[in-house]
Design a protein around this ligand. Structure first.
Ligand code: PEP
Ligand code: MG
Length: 590
């Protein structure tokens, strides 16, 4: 019987596919399809890994010190037994042969199946053997990673999609760290479901940038959905249907086709200039996470990058953080790819739901990090690591010699931070001059995402060349709602009058001071807010490339004079969302 699960929509469209369950700790194993002629070699990789681990267990058992606890040899026997058990190795082989999964993926898929069986066991002793199984699989994965000789195959070799059997696949996980989600860009999955996460959590943002249907915060999804279940993801409504009936499937296949047609229609707007009915030009910029995303930005018709989240270069690197040259290469690659269009590089914004170490939101909770969103993140972190900050600034300034670069500073709120930032930029320039390295003038902007900055904007307008409103954080901090926490996501309300008042005031003051002002939070890419932001005077929007066409369509049908005339009424309304719908009307219906 089919079941329905409800979560939050983070992207558009409908995906229909078979579920692949992945535990959060194993999301980062490589997932790719093995071409038919390499299946034998892949099975051999698995066999070799098993032999390596068996050898390690044997040696461990043989060399146990005399005073080792007596349970230890028995435990190693259990591990050896599991290692040779057909339910693990035989079935893993099966995934490789039948589905063409690579060995790591096949192992984690089989682990999910067996782990469920263990969970359902009555006998407590047997239930606890799940931990042994997990340890054995971890060691096998480790052995596969350590394999000598041949270099690791690429994560998602292009063109191999078709080898993986007939059915499309959707990924189901309890939680996925933002950097791991990034690994899945251009992956084999045609949809995503997670148990936790808020609509503007960074995991959701990355999922959205992949432009494939995703529902997050679907609570029990990873417990209720079983490996290989047929699943429908209705990303427009935030609904997941497990094991749909044939009638439902038919209905959703129809909707899927409709949504693909709609996308194709919107795609045709790509090169249409973004101008309102009354002749106002509106700049549509892209948000990117990696230099290679610049291609998608250009293809979508973006006229520049309004937000390059540089921190993704820093995540999951352990102590091996990128140095100046590596950063410079990445920034230059983005600048180069944008072919002369401006690239706004945000200085590193780690912390909160983007810790440097790989951690999901659930793991962060268990770590008891106190209010990470209020802690040492973004510019606070950079200023606490002055050497690293200058290193990043030097890398950005060097990239400016290759195209139009702008620096954007996240989460800045204090005058002392403004001063320290400009001091750091000046020092970085001097260091480059001393080293004879070229750099060009760059504009420097501030993200307005802390209410304190929005409420006292003048110092920001005095010191910075432009401001960019980070609505994701501005909402979080104005309403005191953790944006990554699905437990309070119902209160994360971009329509709250206090939020709208702050945004309107920032846009108005920046325009009055002739400073550039943009919105780069998720509101910029949400068509429900396009008329409102235009009415407020916004003429620069930065969003995921996939959202550009839909926003452009709203802009082409908007008349800013009409919108402006009713703005005050919308802002004064008890329920601005209702008022906006009534007063702005539906574009195209006028
Ligand atoms: C924001 O806060 O709106 C923003 C664009 O930055 P991030 O989502 O990376 O925090
Ligand atoms: Mg932010």
């Amino acid at each position: 019987m089919s079941i329905q699960l409800f979560g939050m929509p983070v992207s558009r469209g409908v995906a229909i596919g078979r579920a692949v369950l992945v535990a959060s700790s194993r999301v980062d194993v490589a997932h790719y399809f093995v071409p038919p002629e390499r299946i034998g070699a892949e099975i051999e990789r698995l066999r070799q890994a098993r032999d390596t681990v068996a050898g390690e267990f044997d040696a461990l058992k043989r060399d146990l010190p005399g005073d080792a606890p007596p349970e230890l040899p028995a435990l190693l026997d259990v591990h050896l037994m599991l290692l040779h058990d057909e339910a693990l190795i035989g079935a893993t082989r099966q995934w490789i042969v039948e589905r063409h999964y690579n060995a790591e993926w096949a192992l984690s898929a089989q682990l999910e199946v067996l782990a469920r069986q263990f969970d359902e066991m009555e006998d407590e002793y047997l239930r606890e053997r799940k931990a042994d199984l997990e340890q054995v699989v971890e060691r096998l994965l480790d052995a596969l990673a350590r394999e000598p000789g041949e270099p690791a195959p690429p994560l998602h070799p292009p063109g191999l999609r078709d080898f993986g059997g007939e059915d499309p696949l959707v990924l189901v996980a309890s939680d996925v760290a933002p950097a791991d989600m990034l690994q899945f860009k251009h992956s084999v999955f045609t949809g995503f479901i997670t148990d936790v996460g808020g609509r503007t959590s960074h995991t959701a943002i990355v999922a959205r940038s992949m432009d494939i249907p995703a529902v997050i915060g679907a609570r029990e999804a990873s417990r209720l959905i079983r490996s290989d279940d047929w699943v429908v993801i209705d990303a427009d409504a935030g609904v997941v249907i497990v094991d749909p009936s044939p009638i439902m499937l038919e209905e959703y296949r129809f909707r899927q086709r409709q949504s693909e047609l709609e996308r194709a229609r919107l795609d045709r707007l790509r090169h249409t200039p973004s101008v309102t009915l009354d002749g106002e030009t509106v700049e549509l910029l892209a948000n990117i996470e990696r230099p290679q995303d610049a291609d998608a930005a250009l293809q979508a018709g973006a006229v520049g990058v309004g937000l390059y989240r540089s921190e993704f270069l820093f995540l999951n690197r352990g102590s091996d953080l990128p140095g100046e040259d590596e950063q410079f290469e990445a920034y230059r690659a983005a600048v180069h790819a944008m072919q002369g269009l401006p690239v706004t590089i945000r200085t590193v914004d780690v912390g909160a739901d983007k810790p440097l170490e790989r951690m999901t939101v659930q793991e962060l909770r268990h770590e008891h990090v106190l209010n990470p969103a209020l802690g040492l993140r973004a510019i606070r972190w950079s200023l606490s690591e002055p050497g690293m900050f200058r290193q990043q600034l030097r890398a950005i300034l060097r990239a400016s010699a290759y195209g139009k670069v702008r620096i954007l500073v996240p989460m800045i709120a204090h005058l002392s931070e403004i001063r320290a930032t400009f001091d750091a930029i000046a020092r970085a320039r001097r260091q480059l001059d001393d080293a004879g390295k070229t750099h060009a003038p760059v504009e420097v902007g501030a993200m307005i995402e802390v209410p304190a900055a929005a409420l006292r904007l003048q110092p920001f307008l005095q010191h910075f060349d432009f401001v960019s409103i980070g609505t994701n954080d501005l909402i979080q901090y104005t309403l005191a709602i953790d944006r990554a926490d699905d437990a309070v996501s119902n209160l994360y309300d971009p329509w709250h009058p206090a939020v709208l008042t702050l945004i309107a005031a920032v846009i108005e003051q920046a325009n009055a001071a002739s400073r550039g002002v943009s919105v780069c939070g998720e509101m910029a890419g949400d068509p429900n807010f396009t008329e409102l932001l235009l009415a407020m005077g916004l003429r620069s929007f930065s969003m995921q490339p996939a959202q550009i066409a839909a926003i452009k369509q709203r802009i082409l049908r908007a008349d800013t004079r009409r919108l402006k005339a009713v703005l005050a009424d919308v802002l004064a309304a008890e329920n601005p969302q209702e008022a906006a719908t009534a007063l702005f009307g539906r574009p195209g219906s006028r």
